[in-house]
Write a protein that binds this ligand. Structure first.
Ligand SMILES: [Zn+2]
Length: 406
């Protein structure tokens, strides 16, 4: 088990990405169809927030909240009369709140078409699903149905991309997950499930999936001769062909960091000697490799469809004196603004690049309560300094657990 956890941690530290697609969409990002990489945590692979034309939906301790696009006013997505929503203390009633979803540990929510899709461990009647499933939910939260039950327990990294849901199996057998798969669930074809990739390496697992254009990129982490390795591979979603992404020329290694703006971003040398990461990029077909810029090793690259961001996840700061920071860069990598974090309550624990208007921050205070902030991008670009505006403080949720009836 230790080996397996070490494998996951190593893979998480070596950050990566994956991209997927189908048929007639072409090989670039399509809003409304493609994986919302700007809401995906590139460190853990989870997605807890999604954006639609109406606003922002996010999961917090098993409850689904909605923030209005214009006002950012937040409410649980439930209009059951008399319902106490997240304030309910009776665990036999919790699951009846329309905003309650039994999501387990690894949250996933994404929008596609007119619906939201949420990874759940029980159906709408409160019946447990042995390996979980994907629930389709109308945007008002009133209509719910299970699209598919998973054939294998899914890991934390999932992607909804061009009408298909992707997951990698997480189950650990006696051989430490020596047999693992990547599944594709077709939402338009009755939730049919097929296996795109099968791995059999010692202590193997697939810690991250990222879709972009016609590609699904993934990391495969494993142990060989007592050493840990992470390979990066690509599945061409049109042909099914699998290619490994490799270092080239003088490059020592290949660490996939993200796929944005029609390019693959990566680093290739370790940072132990210089304390720096040298960023590089190349085209989606692995051609035209270019060197970009260097950053301190704790900074990770994120992006929306317009800007880049350098953000330091808290795990890199735990043992150092350094403070978290967020910089906003233009497409050429020039810094155009940073974010004033002085008014944030407690410790910053999450950053999401977000859509057109805002990027989002989540902090945790001394009482372990979460605070949600939105930072206006236009203002940040104009003034050079973003001001976080707190729009939600969910309070102490009494019963995120529920006694399911079935
Ligand atoms: Zn409710």
């Amino acid at each position: 088990m230790k080996k397996f956890i070490a494998c996951l941690l190593l893979a998480a530290l070596m950050i990566g990405t994956t991209a997927c697609q189908k048929g007639s969409f072409g090989d670039t990002y399509i809003e409304g169809q493609d994986q919302q990489y700007m809401y995906t945590d590139l460190f853990y692979g989870a997605q807890e927030m999604t954006e639609t034309e109406e606003g922002y939906y996010f999961l917090y301790q098993n409850y689904l909240f909605f923030a209005d696009r214009e006002t950012l006013e937040v409410s649980p997505l439930c209009d059951n009369p008399g319902c106490l929503h997240e304030k309910e203390t009776d665990t036999s009633k919790t699951w009846k709140c329309n905003a309650y979803y039994f999501t387990g540990i690894d949250n996933f929510i994404a929008s596609w078409g007119d619906s939201l899709y949420i990874k759940v461990e029980s159906n709408q009647m409160g019946k447990r699903l042995p390996k979980g499933g994907l629930m389709q939910v109308s945007k008002d939260g009133m209509e719910k149905s299970i699209v598919c039950e998973f054939q294998e327990l899914p890991g934390s990294s999932n992607a909804l991309h061009r009408g298909k849901f992707y997951y990698a199996s997480k189950e650990v057998d006696r051989k430490l997950s020596a047999n693992y798969n990547i599944h594709e669930v077709d939402l338009q074809n009755g939730g049919s499930d097929r296996i795109l990739y099968n791995g059999k390496k010692e202590s193997g697992c697939i810690p991250q999936l990222l879709c972009y254009g016609n590609h699904l990129y993934f990391k495969e982490s494993y142990v060989k001769d007592e050493n840990s390795y992470v390979d990066v591979k690509e599945i061409n979603l049109q042909t099914g062909e699998i290619t490994e992404l490799k270092p080239e020329g003088e490059e020592e290694a290949f660490y996939l960091r993200g796929v944005f703006h029609d390019r693959i971003y990566y680093t290739s040398t370790n940072s132990y000697e210089t304390g720096q990461w040298d960023w590089k990029y190349m085209n989606l077909d692995q051609s035209n490799r270019q060197e970009w810029f260097s950053t301190p090793e704790e900074q990770l690259l994120y992006a929306d469809t317009r800007y880049f961001y350098l953000y330091t996840p808290w795990v890199y700061l735990a043992d150092s004196e350094k403070e978290p920071s967020i910089s906003m860069l233009d497409k050429d990598g020039n810094q155009i603004g940073n974010c004033d974090l002085s008014a944030i309550e407690g410790d910053l624990i999450d950053f999401m690049p977000g859509g057109e208007q805002y990027f989002f921050l989540i902090s945790i205070d001394d009482d372990y309560l979460h605070h949600y902030y939105a930072v206006n991008k236009e203002e940040t670009a104009k003034t050079g300094q973003g001001k976080p505006k707190e729009f939600f403080q969910p309070g102490d949720i009494v019963s995120s657990v529920s006694d399911l009836p079935l």
